[in-house]
Ligand binder design. Sequence first.
Ligand SMILES: *[C@@H]1O[C@H](CO)[C@@H](O)[C@H](O)[C@H]1NC(C)=O
Ligand SMILES: *[C@@H]1O[C@H](CO)[C@@H](O)[C@H](O)[C@H]1NC(C)=O
Length: 430
Amino acid sequence: MRPFAIVPALLSWLTIVDCVSTGGGFCDPETGDDFQRAHVGLIISPIMSIRMIREIEIYWNHVKYRSGDTIALYESSLPGELTDDLEPIYTLIPNAPSGIKRTGLQAAFVPTSSLTFVQQCLQYHVAWLRNGTIRQTNCLQTQPHWMAARRDILGSLPMSRMFMPGTHDSASYAIHERANSENIVERFVITQDVDVLAQLIYGVRYLDIRVGHYPNTNSIWWANHGVFKSVPMQNVVNQVKFFLDNTNEIVIFDIQEFPVGFGKNLGVHHDFVGFLEEQFAGYYLPKSYGWTSTLNTIWSSGKRLIIGYDEKRVVSRYESIWPCVTHQWGNVRNIEDLFNYLNRIETESLGHPRAIPRSAMAELTPNTWDVILNRLGSIRQMAEKVNINVTNWYNSKWQHTANIVAVDFVRSSGIIETAIEWNERRNSHC
Ligand SMILES: *[C@@H]1O[C@H](CO)[C@@H](O)[C@H](O)[C@H]1NC(C)=O
Ligand SMILES: *[C@@H]1O[C@H](CO)[C@@H](O)[C@H](O)[C@H]1NC(C)=O
C-alpha cells in the first residue's frame, strides 16, 4: 500500500466537505426549496410469512415536512404516467420527519430473467404531495449502469473514495415466488432474496463471497454461509460474468471466508485460485494496478473485475488476487449499539484515509443463545429492524465518509439510491 498516493485526493475531498458544510446544503445556490434534501422511497420487506411476501414499504426522510403533506403509492411503470389524476393504490400522512410504513400490499414477483440491462422502474412509484401537487417522486428501480453513467464525476476516484452499495454474504440467497415458511437453518443462513445477478442489476457493486470445498460433489466449489453450502460457485461466477459482459460497470468479488474444506495447508487455496483464474480469464484486473487505481484507470485497462482474497499467504503468490476489503464488524446485538459502532468507524475514517477499501457491515450479529432462544428473530427480521435506520444514517450523518456499506436483503434498504445520490453530490465541484 502507498498511503501518500491518496493525500492529494484526500485534500480535494476535504474541500468538498467544507463546501457542503458552509453552503448550508449541497453546492447548488440556495433555492429555498424545501424538497432539496427530502427523500421518499420504496423498499421490499424481507419478512416472509405463510400469508405475505415482498410487502411494499414506504420510507421517508424530510426535515421540512409539513402537516397536510401526503405520500402516495401508484402502480405504474412509466414516470410519465404519474399525472395528478392517476389514482394512488395507497396513501399515508407522514407524522414525523423520518419514518417507514408498511402498506399491506404485496409487490409482484420479478424473476431475474425479466430484468434488463436498461435502467427501469419496476411497476411501483411513490410521490410526495403538498397541497395536492406532486413535489417529489421515486420508484422501485434497477441501476445496471450507475457507475459508467457517472464516469465524468467518478472517474478520478479510487475505490476507497467511492460510496459503494454491497451485500453481506451475497451468494447466500433464496428466491421465493410465493409466501412460504423457513426452517431454522434458512432463518439464520439466508441473507438475500435475489440472486447475485439481480443484486448487480439493482446496483450492488461489492460482493462478499464465502467458499466451501466439497471434493465429493459434482460442483466441488460452493458458495457457503458458515458450514452451510448454498449455490455452486460456478453458478455465481457465471452470473458475475454475464453482468460484466452486458455493462461497463466495475465489480469487487471479495472472497472473505473459507469455512469448509480448506484445512490448514494451502494446497486447496492454490486449487481454488486456479479455478478463479480459469473462470475469470480475461475479466480480472491484475493486482499490480493496486487499490489506488482510479476508476478511469480501471476502465482503460478493459478489465472490470477485482478479486479480493482473505488469505495473505496466498495473495502474495498470484497476480490475479488482491488483498481483500477490510470488513468492519461491530458484532452488536441491538440498533443503538449498531449506530454507535458505525458512528465510530465513520468518524475515525475521516482522519485515516486508506488505500484498501473498507466495508461497513451494517448488520446485527446474534450470539448462540440469541439463535437458540430466537431472541433477535431471523436474519430477515434483523434486516427489517435495521435497514431503514442504516439508510437514513448514511443519508444524513455519514454520507461524506461512507465507503462500502454491506447489508442483508438489499432491497429492504435504500442504500443503493443513497450511495448513487451521494456519489454525485460529494463529487460535484462547486
Ligand atoms: C430508527 O428509525 C425509526 C423510524 O425512522 C426511528 O423512530 C428510530 O428512532 C430509529 N432508531 C434509531 C436508534 O435511530
Ligand atoms: C393550496 O392550494 C390552494 C388552491 O390552489 C391555494 O388557494 C392555497 O393557497 C394553497 N396553499 C398553500 C399552503 O400553498
